[in-house]
Design a binder for this molecule. Structure first.
Ligand code: ZN
Length: 225
């Protein structure tokens, strides 16, 4: 019987929602969550590499340590494992990560355009604009570094010519964030097509960034914007 039964179930349910909401297709994208472990750094539960979501079962999720070493599971961990580990190491407040190839976020990522703060809920939940990470080939350490650098203290980042990553304190929070970013990306694309996408007034952005930092304080890890 595999350990961490409820966490496996959660991650499996989240991947089902990712597919249902059109954030990923086939075996694209990946998801993980942080597990309490025996060692210093704890463990990570992550989706396996290259297996279509429709064939996934909770026990197929792979447990690795913070160096990517195998702990539990017969399948190989996600090809983007290095990026997940990099983000967990950089951000102690992050408990779950989701990487999607959702359409409108990918349109912005292919255009190399960060998504500016254009709607109210976005700044409180992302921390500001959704920046674009420098291009790096998928699955590389370089991609991991670039994603971590561009994410910084925010909760979402675009991967240039690739897709997006959302982080959260739970898998469901990360999923909701990915959905929201996809919706905001859609608004950004359409308003840009109309001729302009107005950003929020600067005082509203500052006020909401303050609320974002306070959420980080409540979780015990201050965010430095
Ligand atoms: Zn990807």
């Amino acid at each position: 019987m595999a350990r961490w039964h409820s966490e496996r179930q959660t991650l499996w349910e989240v991947t089902g929602e990712m597919v249902k909401q059109g954030l990923v297709a086939g075996s694209s994208g990946n998801a993980s969550l942080r597990l309490p472990g025996d060692g210093d750094g704890g463990y990570v539960l992550i989706t396996p590499s290259g297996r279509p979501y429709r064939y996934l079962a909770p026990e197929d999720m792979v447990v690795i340590d913070m160096d990517g070493g195998p702990v539990e599971g017969d399948l190989l961990p996600s090809s983007e494992t290095a990026m997940h580990l990099e983000l967990y190491k950089a951000r102690q407040d992050v408990e779950a990560i989701i990487h999607t190839h959702s359409l409108y976020a990918s349109v912005a990522a292919v255009s190399g355009l960060e998504i500016p703060p254009i709607v109210v809920e976005m700044v409180i939940r992302v921390g500001g604009s959704v920046r674009v990470a420098e291009y790096a080939f998928p699955s590389t350490e370089e991609l991991a570094q670039n994603a971590g650098h561009a994410l910084g203290d925010r909760n979402a980042v675009l991967l240039r010519n690739h897709g997006m990553v959302g982080v959260g304190r739970t898998s469901w929070e990360a999923l909701d964030l990915c959905q929201m970013v996809e919706r905001v990306a859609q608004i950004f694309v359409y308003s840009s097509l109309l001729g302009r996408a107005l950003t929020l007034p600067s005082e509203i952005i500052e006020m909401e960034q303050e609320l974002y930092r306070m959420q980080g304080l409540r979780s015990g890890t201050p965010r430095e914007t």
